[in-house]
Design a protein around this ligand. Structure first.
Ligand code: AMO
Length: 442
């Protein structure tokens, strides 16, 4: 079969487009990427070549290049995949101050036309069309930049955990029971039994405290069968989970602050190009972040004209009212015990309250956590209070009988954190292939 495309042969990329500038005038380079746009003007062909890191202009003047190169240049179409060996020419008028004049062009693959989505961003498309053609959408520089930020975010988060003496773990995603309360589980068939997709590593990360691992973190998927389709919810999300022994709620909050703060500082210092492409300017917050008690939050929400009774969870309207009042990141602490999960430690001074906290950014909850209930009898009591059956938690409860240290931790939604870092209003923008109520492909 004549596939009519070239192979790479011995060619290797010498530079990403972003690594080439006018100072390299006269140097020979090999670049590889996609034809972002092409203009054919009789004896001259202009190509904008795009790779992951940026774009560069390639100029093909009929008079100055071998005949074959001009012929290939003229045959190219948008999104064809090419490798170009050429000379760098400084040119102040070219975008980036330089261009490439090819010596040889390899066509590595052709793209069919018309394209279902325009990666050069000239033709706008709605989110559904973009997600249906996500691989093309991801070629758009703004979208690529967002996922580079996400990768950098994960790097800093991991580094911060390592610096603080944490070890990274992986807990099962096929589980036998609920962790966060019974309603939001995806059931699956597990041979002859029913099992579920894990909502949270919660019970396992706590069991690792009983194992003496002292400080663990996990970055992995959580599955929530939430029916509602909002801009902040996914059915598969990524959670950054932290659990630390010999710590209380305050220690866990300080760790969370460190993770968030370090991420912001790193992105601001190391991701200038991505920030520019996305047109965002990150403000570095002061630490510690402001701390608001639940009682204070209720007062603010009511004062803003949104009715809320003590003991209720924050409604969307309540979050919005708070978001208008609070700038940037802030914690809400001292929650009513009855609206937090069974594993939360009640406050000794006031058992109506518990040692739980949420980290908010304006009106968006990005993390929640707590000091845990590490005392067996209290824990069994809490499970019963919530109307759950302690027997279904037997393997978890077992870990509390033989020396469980006091511990605390949190779960930070990676996708929601990215909404804040990347200035995005819809969580789907921050996920490669989002899963929501209506979307299971691609
Ligand atoms: P929680 O259920 O609050 O707590 O989840 C922690 C964080 O995970 C993110 N998150 C989600 N993001 C997108 N879509 C969803 N459906 C979704 N659900 C949760 C949010 C949220 O703040 N076990 C506790 C954590 C702990 O105490 O350690 C837990 O899962 O950003």
């Amino acid at each position: 079969m004549d596939v009519n495309v070239d192979s790479l042969g011995t060619w290797r990329r010498t530079h990403y487009t972003s690594e080439i500038d006018g100072e390299m005038d006269g140097e020979e380079v090999i670049v590889m990427g996609w034809v972002n746009s092409i203009r054919k003007l009789g004896k001259l062909v202009f190509i904008i070549l795009r790779d992951r890191e940026g774009m560069i202009q390639v100029v093909i003047p009929k008079q100055k290049v071998p005949e074959e190169v001009f012929k290939i240049g003229k045959s190219l179409g948008r999104e064809d995949v090419v490798a170009i060996k050429g000379k760098v020419v400084a040119n102040e008028k070219a975008p980036g101050g330089c261009e490439i004049i090819p010596i040889e062009i390899k066509v590595l693959n052709r793209a069919k036309s018309p394209l279902p989505l325009d990666p050069s961003e000239k033709v706008p498309a709605d989110l559904d069309t973009r997600l249906d053609n996500r691989f093309l959408d991801l070629r758009r520089p703004k979208i690529t930049a967002l996922f580079k930020l996400r990768s950098e975010m994960l790097r800093v988060v991991r580094n911060t955990f390592y610096q603080e003496g944490f070890i990274e773990v992986n807990t099962p995603k096929l589980v036998a029971s609920a962790t966060e309360g019974g309603t939001e589980l995806f059931p699956i068939s597990y041979f002859e039994r029913e099992a579920f997709l894990s909502q949270s590593p919660q019970l396992y990360k706590q069991m690792l405290m009983a194992a003496g691992f002292d400080r663990v973190f996990e970055i992995g998927p959580i599955f929530r069968a939430e029916e509602h389709n909002t801009r902040r919810h996914l059915n598969e999300a990524v959670s950054i989970d932290c659990e630390m022994s010999f710590s209380d709620d305050k220690g866990a909050m300080e760790m969370l602050e460190k993770v968030v703060y370090n991420t912001l500082v790193h992105l601001k210092d190391h991701c200038k190009r991505e920030m520019e492409v996305l047109d965002i300017d990150l403000k570095i917050p002061d630490i510690p972040f402001p701390r608001l008690t639940y009682d204070e939050a209720v007062d603010i929400i009511n004062a803003k004209g949104v009715e809320m009774e003590w003991g209720e969870d924050l409604s969307r309207a309540g979050e919005k009212a708070l978001g208008e009042y609070m700038e940037g990141f802030y914690f809400i602490t001292d929650w009513p015990r009855d609206i937090r999960p069974f594993y939360t430690l009640p406050k000794e001074e006031d058992p109506k309250l518990c040692k739980a906290f949420d980290l908010m950014y304006k009106d968006l909850e990005i993390a929640s956590g707590a000091q845990r209930n590490h005392i067996y009898d209290l824990l069994v009591d809490s499970i019963k209070r919530m109307g759950l059956n302690p027997e279904s938690f037997e393997s978890y409860l077992q870990a509390f009988r033989y020396g469980m240290p006091p511990h605390a931790g949190w779960g930070l939604g990676a996708d929601r954190f990215m909404m804040v870092l990347g200035g995005q209003k819809n969580i789907r923008e921050c996920v490669l292939f989002p899963r929501d109520r209506h979307r299971l492909t691609p």
